[in-house]
Ligand binder design. Structure first.
Ligand code: PEP
Ligand code: MG
Length: 581
């Protein structure tokens, strides 16, 4: 049994056998083969080893010719492994003794090898990547086209992967994927956000969990506390089943709040909205007692599809959300493509610093036909509906004005074409860059609403990649610099009577609810599963209490002090919830 600490990004407990997925989405199930088929498996294995050697020799030759001999020599290690008689014997012994397929033997033996390298000095630990590379090549030659993918699992699994893209996560077989344990990633990576929205317990930032288990190994994912337990003993499994049952009971107890308003004990109303990535999620927002959609991440329409969505695709998606919301407000955010939410076609031209590159509104302003298609669809779909349009990642007034002009142009085109459309759609912007937050007074005079995107605001203010596990401990909403910016934006909103909501992950974390209310946030938008707990906090405090909490927090100058204070304060209000200390 081994316990690994990571970052819990989607709460809940899941217990199931592992499926280890590599970058190419191979899942190597532990399939048993009868003894009489062992020789056939060994023949397949020998053929795959031979094919892999041929591949590498060709690759080495090409690299030598194009880049130089020195670089080509990196393949010597790969060839050495494939020629290693001891390794081959291990593969064969595993097939014969454990009665498994050659794929499973390759994966099991090489993962064991990788693990040994990880425990060696740094320069040898680097070899792990080569071992994975060989594993991948052998599997490719063994499995060919018939490999099992994330979309088609045949039984309940915990997925272990080095990394998953948001679209891979979104495309997973939800019936059988009970939990995720991921080497890479941070608290607000989009993969984490999708896992949360799907209600799949997930822990990221585990560094090398994929080297610790093979297919079939029992795994517990504790997304609430950010822990993964590999090969747990019976006692641990029983304890976790009990803990999971209590968690589920607590969550069910919140169902009673569904139809009650989010109002403080002294009568201040708070609006609780949901963030969605896919139209169907609008139903979960309402089921959880949300008042509408505060952030619809429309770029998910682009992820996982080969061709560009048409105006009708956009229109139908928006109409679906509008119909499900039955008159409730909906904030549609224009495309936030780029960085870790890349379009298929754009992925072929990788940027050096994608989070600082051509993402989001910048991409839209360069791809006007695509941007206009989306805006046309929004204006057409929102006739007679409470829809608002929001621009992401604005960093300067010019961008905002350009975007607004494009909306006007599209409306004029629709008018000319005599197509029914919305004439007075409110236009808002995300405040998710330090430049937007620092210039909030100027922006407030040009928009109908603000929404604080704390995921990116934290990333850009603290210079911490939101998806990089190596700096995940530096990514915190409790940093006084972040809180100072949030406070200034709320003040600007009050000064210019521009409503300010908050839609970053911070808004769905109960630890920050009192603080944000006390700072003046009256509209929260968060992942649907978090709505009931936030409502519970709102209904358990007075505004006076929240203001006191906020005043106190703003006197601290360190994020740890702030977090400690907020955790204690939240526990007093909501003792049943789990808050990691
Ligand atoms: C944010 O940055 O806080 C936000 C809500 O947008 P996204 O997570 O989609 O970048
Ligand atoms: Mg953002």
């Amino acid at each position: 049994m081994k316990t690994k600490k990571g970052i819990g990004v989607s709460p809940g407990v899941a217990i199931a056998p592992a499926a280890v997925i590599d970058a190419e989405e191979f899942d190597i199930p532990e399939r048993h083969v009868p003894a009489e088929m062992a020789q056939g498996e060994i023949a397949r294995l020998r053929k795959a080893v031979s094919l892999s050697k041929t591949d590498i020799l060709a690759l080495q030759k090409r690299t030598g010719e194009q880049i130089g001999k020195e670089t080509a020599s990196i393949f010597d290690f790969h060839l050495g492994l494939l020629k290693d008689k001891v390794l081959l014997k291990k593969f064969i012994d595993t097939i014969m003794e454990d009665h498994v397929t050659s794929e499973y033997a390759v994966a099991a033996v090489l993962r064991g090898y990788a693990k040994e390298f990880l425990d060696m000095p740094q320069y040898l630990a680097e070899r792990v990547k080569d071992v994975y590379d060989i594993e991948k090549r052998l599997l490719r030659n063994l499995v060919g086209q018939s490999r099992q993918t994330l979309q088609h699992l045949d039984s309940d699994r915990i997925l272990l992967a080095h990394d998953l893209t948001p679209s891979q996560t979104a495309g997973m077989d939800r019936k059988h994927v009970l939990g995720l344990a991921i080497d890479a990633g941070g608290q607000t990576s989009h993969t984490a956000i999708v896992a949360k929205a799907l209600g799949i317990a997930a822990v990221v930032g585990l560094n090398n969990v994929t080297a610790e288990a093979t297919a079939g190994t029992m795994v517990i994912v504790d997304g609430t506390r950010g822990m993964v337990i590999i090969d747990p003993d019976e006692k641990t499994i029983a304890e976790y089943r009990d803990y999971s049952r209590r968690q589920v009971e607590f969550i069910h107890s919140l169902d009673a709040l569904r139809d009650l308003p989010a109002v403080t004990m002294d009568g201040h109303e708070i609006s609780l909205l949901g963030n969605i990535e896919f139209p169907v999620e609008a139903s979960s927002v309402i089921e959880k007692g949300g008042d509408g959609i505060g952030l619809y991440r429309t770029e998910f329409l682009y992820l996982g599809v080969e061709s560009e969505p048409t105006e009708e695709d956009h229109y139908n998606a928006y109409k679906e959300v509008i119909d499900l919301c039955k008159g409730r407000p909906i904030v549609i955010r224009t495309l936030d493509l780029g960085a870790d939410k890349q379009t298929q076609s754009r992925a072929r031209t990788p940027e050096r610093n994608p989070f600082l590159g051509c993402r989001s509104i910048r991409f839209c302003l360069q791809e006007l036909p695509m941007f206009k298609t989306q805006i046309r669809a929004i204006l057409r779909a929102s006739v007679d509906a409470d829809v608002r349009m929001m621009f992401p990642l604005i960093t300067n007034l010019r961008e905002l004005r350009q975007a607004k002009t494009i909306v006007r142009d599209v409306a004029e085109d629709l008018e000319e074409d005599r197509v029914e459309h919305r004439h007075d759609i409110p236009l808002g912007m995300m405040i998710e860059t330090p430049s937007a937050a620092l210039q909030c007074n100027a922006f407030a005079q040009e928009v109908d609403f603000f929404s604080l995107g704390t995921n990116d605001l934290i990333q850009y203010t603290l210079a911490v990649d939101r998806a990089n596990e190596r700096v995940a401990q530096l990514f915190t909403a409790a940093h006084p610099a972040v809180l100072g910016l949030i406070k200034d934006v709320i003040r600007a909103g009050q000064r210019y009577e521009v409503p300010v909501s908050l839609c970053g992950e911070m808004g769905g974390d109960v630890v920050f609810t009192m603080l944000l209310m006390g700072l003046g946030i009256t509209t929260f938008s968060c992942t649907p599963p978090a709505i009931p707990e936030i409502k519970k906090v709102v209904r358990s405090v007075t505004m006076e209490q929240a203001v006191k909490v906020a005043r106190r927090v703003m006197t601290f100058d360190g994020d740890q002090e702030i977090l400690n204070y907020l955790r204690v304060a939240t526990r007093e209000v909501l003792p049943e919830t789990y808050i990691s200390m």
